[in-house]
Design a protein around this ligand. Structure first.
Ligand code: SF4
Length: 469
């Protein structure tokens, strides 16, 4: 998905920009970048690094001296190299985006047809941030240009523009990804994750609405476009992406995870000795489940944090599985002879869960029950790029549906309906395949209730196929 941070201050912005961007590191793994604007010299400075083998801070701390100025933007990107700097009829500006463009090729062809060109070809493909910038500069002003982006792209796009006059922050047209505004004495900031704020002294000022555009200066925020009424914020932010201390639309990630576990624990009839969270995103749910069920919370599996401090995701699947396995260490003393219930955020391919369960039994677990924070992922995500880069069959649900129906696209609605015979059969096949004592997924109703927003404001496409383009 990716995450960004931008700040405009009366003093130098560099330290806040560096740490604020770093606090988005769990949202992306490919590229990191920062750009600053120095008003005195009227110059932009930019740097981009590959993050596939090391962390943002390691890459940028040695070159912080080269950045100067009171305003800057930074990005942790899961896709293309950013920020890009452009000179256009709108003036000079740098741009970062958190985006997924489904109709990239179609738009690329249209722009080439209009005699535009693409300069940044990352890994042989068009850089989607450049494509967004080209759509933007077709506007007669920044707002008109951003609306042109909203009008043309399918997928999602939130962005920050570092201009010669402050930072422009624009949230995705459907609000699928968040933009949070923070303030402190002499500075304003915009970020994807409000967890960037507390240690830098910012307080949440407001959450941008869907399609809303604002301009930040060191002493205030000016609204340039009002938010739209309809919203489809990604419900998976609370389940998986978000850092526990973050809030979106005022709803805290840890609180939502805890509530969804609590509700499940209160109604679940399984007999277990303790609950455990699969680190990190399963922990909040497991703590809630333990309280709801009235059983202790134990750490029977721990994450090795000294060298795996974040969700490092190599590009090859085999390497990803190996890394996932190496990060989690089972604890025989807490596993042996116990009936354990583990909470996890989701099941995508299932490879990681299968490996984890095997190890738990090898280390003496008597029973292994799994509870999942969300409903089964039946539809791949076309909006923020969460699932199925290689197609629907990456999802374990679709592979099971293909085995049961002979076609991975058949009766999807029935498989997405909790409690239907098709749903029960699919869950049973997955349970059996992993050798689990029991397997239950949260219902969509419980998840929506835990988030605390009306369902019509949430994107739940990957669970029930509902979609707004
Ligand atoms: S499809 Fe799922 S992961 Fe994608 S935006 Fe919607 S809720 Fe989020």
């Amino acid at each position: 998905m990716g995450g960004f941070f931008g700040t405009v201050a009366k003093a130098s912005c560099v330290a806040d920009l560096f740490y604020g961007t770093d606090y988005n590191s769990h949202l992306g793994t490919k590229r990191g970048g920062m750009a600053t604007y120095d008003q005195e010299e009227a110059t932009f400075k930019r740097s981009i690094h590959n993050l596939e083998s090391t962390y943002f801070r390691t890459k940028f701390e040695d070159e912080l001296d080269k950045f100067k100025g009171n305003s800057g933007i930074g990005i942790i990107s899961d896709t293309d190299p950013q920020p890009l700097i452009l000179n256009s009829h709108l003036g000079r500006f740098a741009i970062v985006t958190v985006a997924k463009i489904v109709n990239l090729e179609e738009l690329e062809a249209e722009l080439l047809e209009q005699n535009m060109h693409f300069a940044e070809l990352s890994s042989g493909k068009t850089n989607q941030t450049e494509l967004i910038a080209l759509l933007l500069i077709q506007g007669k002003n920044f707002v008109d240009g951003i609306e042109n982006v909203y009008k043309h792209i399918k997928g999602s796009c939130s962005m920050l523009l570092l201009t010669e006059d402050g930072i422009i922050a624009a949230r995705d047209r459907w609000g699928r990804t968040p933009v949070v505004i923070g303030k402190k004495d002499g500075a304003y900031a915009a970020t994807s994750e409000s967890s960037s704020f507390p240690n830098l002294g910012y307080e949440v000022d407001r959450y941008l609405g869907p399609g809303e555009i604002v301009r930040l200066h060191a002493d205030g925020v000016e609204q340039m476009r009002k938010p739209d009424e309809e919203m489809q914020i990604c419900s998976f932010l609370w389940v998986y992406y978000g850092f526990p201390t973050s809030c979106y639309e005022g709803k805290n990630v840890e609180d939502v995870r805890f509530s969804s576990g609590l509700k499940m624990g209160q109604t679940d009839t399984s007999e277990v000795d303790c609950t455990c969270g699969i680190p990190d995103s399963g922990v909040g749910m497991a703590l809630g489940y333990a309280e709801g069920k009235g059983v202790p919370y134990h750490r029977a599996i721990s994450k090795y944090t000294p060298t795996w401090p974040r969700s490092f995701t190599p590009s090859r699947q085999e390497m990803r599985s190996l890394v996932a396995k190496m990060k989690l260490i089972p604890n025989r003393a807490m596993l042996e002879g116990k009936r354990l219930l583990f909470c996890d955020d989701s099941i995508v391919r299932g490879t990681q869960l299968r490996d984890n369960v095997k190890v738990l039994y090898e280390y003496g677990a008597k029973e292994v029950h799994i509870r999942i924070a969300c409903p089964p992922l039946i539809y791949s995500c076309p909006f923020v790029g969460f699932t199925a880069s290689k197609g629907d069959l990456e999802l374990i649900t679709r592979r099971v549906i293909k085995e049961l129906e002979g076609d991975e696209n058949k009766n999807l609605e029935k498989y997405a309906t909790t409690g239907s015979p098709e749903y029960e059969k699919m869950v049973e096949v997955i349970r059996e395949r992993f050798g689990l004592s029991s397997l239950k997924f949260n219902t969509l109703e419980t998840l929506v209730e835990a988030i605390g927003l009306p369902k019509c404001k949430l994107c739940t496409h990957c669970f029930d196929g509902s979609s707004h383009f």
